[in-house]
Write a protein that binds this ligand. Structure first.
Ligand code: DGY
Length: 326
């Protein structure tokens, strides 16, 4: 008998087929977003789950699902999964790193360029029929080339963001939990390590690329925004909760910073409605990794992790080594 698994949300049909060669699959191609009780009910008797960031996996769920052996999320971020609790319950947890580095770095640049050069604002102006004649100071933005790029979180995606700055003649400063090796700093366009506050004072464009954890909740709040240049751009492609959204809205309204490009929000998808009233912000719907080839690669990566986990092989992207029993 094949092991039973649950796929929590809709996914490419070919992935359901791929998984079905190994498992008895319960899918959710109608893409209903299960509440916690429904998720728990559907996980009864399941050995594995193909998950994504829309559900929380915590100890209560693990305790109620004694057959569960693996939670394999189709995302690099895994702040929705209590990994220590999974480890205590002997459940393997995997994510999908690396395959999305370049696509997500591209998107950080998309938001930085769009916000700094007021792309969304210009499009709204044009679509509203307001472009009757051109004027010398229409929608003046800030240059990206030749400016100082500040990256907070210098993991693989942060370094991919930094590498792209070489062609733009930019200086790169960064802040990270630990300083990079000299070799990695050189590869990241000679990035210079700075303390957080110093980076915020120095950078023209700040990009957040760090993983969420309670330790970085509201890392960027009113106090930090007050340190930034009034001409600065803030980009968040990381996770909601790293930025205090109410404080950011106040800073954008007051002109404390010039603009923001945001792909992630507190309580998404129900973002703070005040964002919608602001001109100086570019808003996207958590699509940082959403290219055709990258979402495909992420889906196969999560599926392969699940196949390994339930066939006694160590999954390539295991986050809790001690949960693996060979
Ligand atoms: C990730 O992979 O963590 C992306 O943010 C998609 O959720």
């Amino acid at each position: 008998m094949k092991p039973k698994i649950l796929v929590t949300r809709a996914i490419f049909p070919k992935i359901i087929e791929y998984l079905s060669a190994h498992f008895d699959v319960e899918d959710n191609q109608s893409d209903e977003v299960y509440n916690d009780a429904e998720l728990m009910r559907r996980l009864q008797g399941k050995a594995g789950v193909f998950a994504n960031p829309s559900h929380k996996f915590a100890s209560e769920l693990f305790n109620a699902c004694p057959d569960l052996k693996a939670v394999c999320t189709m995302a690099v971020g895994f702040n929705n999964i209590d990994v220590p609790a999974a480890t205590s319950a002997g459940i393997m947890v995997t994510n999908t790193p690396d395959v999305l580095n370049e696509t997500t770095a591209d998107f950080a640049w998309t938001l930085m360029m769009a916000a700094a050069r007021r792309v969304s604002e210009s499009e709204r102006y044009l679509r509203a029929g307001q472009w009757q004649k051109s004027k010398y100071d229409d929608l003046l933005g800030r240059d990206v080339h030749g400016s100082t790029l500040g990256i907070i979180g210098m993991g693989r995606i942060g370094r991919a963001v930094a590498r792209r700055s070489m062609g733009f003649n930019m200086k790169v400063v960064y802040h990270n939990r630990t300083r990079l090796t000299p070799e990695l700093e050189v590869a990241a366009n000679h990035a210079q390590y700075l303390a957080l506050n110093e980076l915020l004072r120095t950078a023209d464009h700040v990009i957040l690329v760090l993983p969420y954890s309670p330790a970085v909740h509201h890392l960027i709040g009113a106090e930090q925004l007050a340190l930034m240049k009034p001409t600065a751009t803030l980009v968040n492609i990381a996770r909601g909760g790293i930025v205090d959204d109410a404080a950011l809205i106040a800073a954008l309204k007051a002109g404390q910073i010039a603009t923001a490009g945001l792909d992630v929000f507190e309580n998404e998808p129900a973002l703070n409605p005040e964002f919608l009233t602001l001109k100086n912000v570019v808003l996207t719907s958590h699509i940082g990794s959403a290219s055709v080839s990258t979402r495909d690669a992420m889906a196969y990566c999560a599926a392969d992790n699940l196949i390994s986990a339930l066939s006694g092989e160590r999954p390539a992207n295991l986050l809790n080594a001690t949960a693996f029993k060979s």
